[in-house]
Design a protein around this ligand. Sequence first.
Ligand code: DHB
Ligand code: MG
Length: 222
Amino acid sequence: MQTEIHTQIDAYFEQNFLKPDPILDRIAQASTENGLVPHAVTRLQAGFLAMLIQMSRAKTVLEIGCLGGYSAVAMARALPDTGRLLTTEIDTRTAKIAQANIDGSGFGDRIELRVGPAMDVLNQERAAGSIFDFVFIDADKVNHKNYLERALEMSKPGSVIVADNIVRGGAVLDAQSQENSVKGVRDMIAFARTLDHVQMTAMQTVGEKGYDGMAIFRVGDP
Ligand code: DHB
Ligand code: MG
C-alpha cells in the first residue's frame, strides 16, 4: 500500500475541507503525549461521523470504545445542545486521560464516560431501557458482533450504527485467520447478513491510518 500518498492526500483534504480545529488537535496531542495507541479516528473520519449524526438528526449517541475521547468530542459537538453521548472505556488510566480531554473540550456537559468493560455498560443500559439514535462501535474487535447485537437491541427505526475497522489491512478476507480480532469482525459481518429490516453498506478507507473500512447500518421499520 502506498501509505505515504494516502497520508499526503488526507492532509490535503484536511487543509481544504476542514477548518482549523484546536479542540481536536489538543486531544490528539494529549493522547500522543500520554502514550495512548494511535487508533483514534482521523480528522476526516471524525468529520464523517459528525456529518452522519447531523444528517440523521441524532440526539442520543452511544460510543463503544472511548480511547482518548477524540471521536466522543467530535460526535458530541455535532449534537444539538440537548444531545447526550455515552461512551465506554475499559482501561482506568486511559479513561482518566479521556476524561481530562473531554473536560477540556468544552463539551463535557453532554458527554458521560463510563469506565468498565463495554459489554457490562451495554447490559446496564439495555436493562435501563436506553435507546440510542446513533452508535459508534470502536472497541475490541473480538466483540464486534456482540456490540452490534446490543446496539441493535437499543435502537429504534432510523437509528444509525457505524462499526469501525472492518477491513484491517485486508485481513478480513481470511476465513482461516486465527487472529481473534479478525474472527470477531468476520462474525459481525456474518451476523449482519442475517438481519432483516436493517439497511447496511460498507466502505473501504485509506488514509493516514492505512487501509481499513467501516460498516454503516440503518435500522428500518419492523
Ligand atoms: C485498531 C483499533 C482501532 O479502533 C483502529 O481504529 C485501528 C486499529 C487496532 O486494534 O489495531
Ligand atoms: Mg477504530
